[in-house]
Write a protein that binds this ligand. Structure first.
Ligand code: HEM
Length: 130
């Protein structure tokens, strides 16, 4: 795969994990550039997204900074299913997300910045398999 394609996919991933279409800049909100209209297709549709989410969870469960949280509070099959829905939605897919809001799902977990960054790192590493 071309490096440019990988970089674009990484950008797409950043967008997904920012979970927001806005970036804070100088106290003002700035709209991020839109994704390609065929972004979901570029990721291989639902099957492609699911493959990536599965890879992501392998990396998460290899990381001792965070795997204990997922072992104790998570349900990996449910999370793979729901993250696949969510990420298709972010990529412009006509999909209904059936899970809890991000606030409701994570509020009681006491996630630290280091733990959050570990999940982002896992997402970055899992892109190697795309
Ligand atoms: C980076 C952005 C993140 C996204 C897009 C995301 C997405 C999700 C989704 C879709 C669910 C399922 C909600 C449901 O069951 O209805 C979930 C649950 C969960 N997430 Fe995340 N997550 C993120 C970050 C994190 C981080 C950083 C951690 C911990 C280090 C984490 C730990 C968990 C756990 C343990 C659950 C299960 C909670 C429960 O069932 O009570 N997540 N997340």
């Amino acid at each position: 795969m071309k490096i440019v394609t990988k970089l674009l996919m990484t950008l797409g991933l950043t967008l997904i994990f920012s979970m927001s279409v806005y970036a804070q800049e100088g106290g003002k909100t700035k709209t991020l550039p839109p994704l390609d209209s065929d972004a979901l297709e570029q990721w291989g549709g639902e099957a492609g997204v699911r493959n990536w989410v599965e890879s992501l969870f392998y990396y998460i469960m290899l990381d001792n900074r965070i795997n204990h949280i997922f072992r104790e509070f998570g349900n990996i099959e449910r999370q793979i299913f729901l993250n696949t829905q969510l990420e298709q939605l972010v990529l412009g897919g006509d999909v209904e997300y059936q899970g809890a809001s991000m606030a409701a799902a994570h509020a009681d977990l006491g996630i630290t910045v280091t733990q959050f960054n570990a999940v982002v790192e896992a997402a970055y590493l899992s892109l190697i398999h795309i």
